[in-house]
Structure formats: C-alpha cells, structure tokens
Design a binder for this molecule. Sequence first.
Ligand SMILES: O=C(O)CCC(=O)C(=O)O
Ligand SMILES: [Fe+2]
Length: 297
Amino acid sequence: MREFGTQGPVNSKDHTEVTMNAINNWLPAEPDLETVCKTYSDPIYALSQAEVPAIMLRNAYSPSQCHGLIHRFTNMGLMRDEADTNSADKRTRIDIGTSLGNRGGDKTKFLAHAQTTEHLFNFLFNGFDDPVDLIYDSLTALSPGKEVKVARESDGSRYGPAIFRVHYETHSYKPHIDHVKYREQRTDYEVYRFEHQFAGVLCVQNADENGTGTQAILHRCLWSEEIQPHIAEETFDKYAAANGVENYQVDLNQGDLYFFNTRCIHEVPPVQGTRARIVLAVFIGYSPDDNEIYVWS
Ligand SMILES: O=C(O)CCC(=O)C(=O)O
Ligand SMILES: [Fe+2]
C-alpha cells in the first residue's frame, strides 16, 4: 500500500490545536463537494488508498424530504411503522431494494428482483428530489474522468441501483468488510473485476431521537488474510486496542451522505430506542485504471 498522505489535503487542517493524548490524524474529507474537490485532485483515488476514512457531504439531501420519504414508505407498507411495537413482524432490518449480498446466490432471481426495484424507483420518489440521483451525481463529481453507472452484466442486465435499509432496535453490524472479491468471492459477477470497493450511505433518519444516534465506526485497518481470524472470531476490537488502530466515528445527521472504503474494517453499534436508523446505501466498484465505476446494492 502506498504511504498515507502523499496525495494530500492541499489545504490540510491545522492539527496542532489537537492536544488529546491520542492524536487522530485520520480525518475525513468534508463538508461539501466544492471543498472536497478543491482540496483533493482525485477524491475517490484518495479513498481507495484509505488516506481519509471517508468523504462526508453534510446536508446533501433535505431533512424535510427525508421525512416525506419515510412517510411514503410507511404508507405504502414498504417498511414497518416504528410506532407499531406490537407488530407480528419482528424483522430488525427491512430492505427496500435488491441486495447482492443476500440475493446473489441465484443470479437469475437476483437480476429479476433488481428489475422490480428499478420499476419501483421509477415512481417512488415522485414529487421529491431523487436521492439515488444525488448519490450517483455526487460520486461522479468525486471521480474525475470516470463514468459512473449502475452495475451490469455483459448482456446489459442491471443490478439494483441502490437500497434503503431500515434498521430497528437492537440491529447492529459487527466489525466486517464488504468486498465481492475478498469476502464474497463473486467470481460469476462482472463487479468482480474491480480492485476497490466503497460504500455510499445517505442518512435518511438516524436512530435515538434524543441521544447521540447510532453511528458507524471506521477502523484505520484494511482487511488482509492476517486480520481475518480476528473478524471470524469476533475479537477485532481487542486486536484494534492492542495495536493502537485509529478509528473514525461517522456522526451522521439526517440528510448527510458519506462514502467510505469497505475494505476498512467497519461496524455499526446496536440501534437503541424505537426510532429506526434508515439509510439509502450503494456499493461501488472502482479501479484506478478503469474508466467505468459500477454502482449496485
Ligand atoms: O449503515 C452504515 O452507516 C454502514 C453500513 C455498512 O456496513 C455498509 O454499508 O457497508
Ligand atoms: Fe459494511
């Protein structure tokens, strides 16, 4: 891996004011496209090298439109009403969209499901700004010289363009990575060709209305064969503490959009309280020498 920091922030923040005993030098590119693109000549490349934990675009989507979308999803029966604590439906995660991770085992069915998601998304946002377009447009701005498109197979059939994930009380993601090569070995899918994988996550609603919310933690540790036992045995937190692995907590407010390198070990603690944590998420395949970037969910 290449050295951290060589790509630089040009106008790097003055860190001298940070006097805590553990100085965290691993800080995101933020807070908006204009600043990020001024500071980094090739933001997505910087992310591929884990020079920054994330690219954070604050208030990228309007919070009042987030409310409107949640209302629509609930009315359409696409998600369970959070207030309905007596529901027979006990799922702690509900997806609106097509997940390659969950459905990719049967390619024909996966691609058929993706088609239904594409149809749904054609009208689901009518009257609102299209939040999926927001993610694709932002990614395009962060990726000079690249063409951003929905992932597709050689016959043109497309994957799901993005997915809403609704997380209810207790749901968590333990320390993990997301990677079609290093984790899932999806050799029979076109996205296998990409060297790097990222996620884009738009916060539609954070959990825990009166508290701090449920915030993801990104560790400054790229997955390797050596790290894998700590993931499998769920001892990564001990490993990180013993080895002084830095981390960055992604504090999200409604409407914030962030991108991160999913080869960095990351986790999301359990959702607390009755308010669901709702995100619109994508995965992204990128190689520095490939002029296409593929996006899927
Ligand atoms: O919900 C998040 O903030 C991150 C979830 C996650 O692990 C991912 O999208 O890969
Ligand atoms: Fe993940």
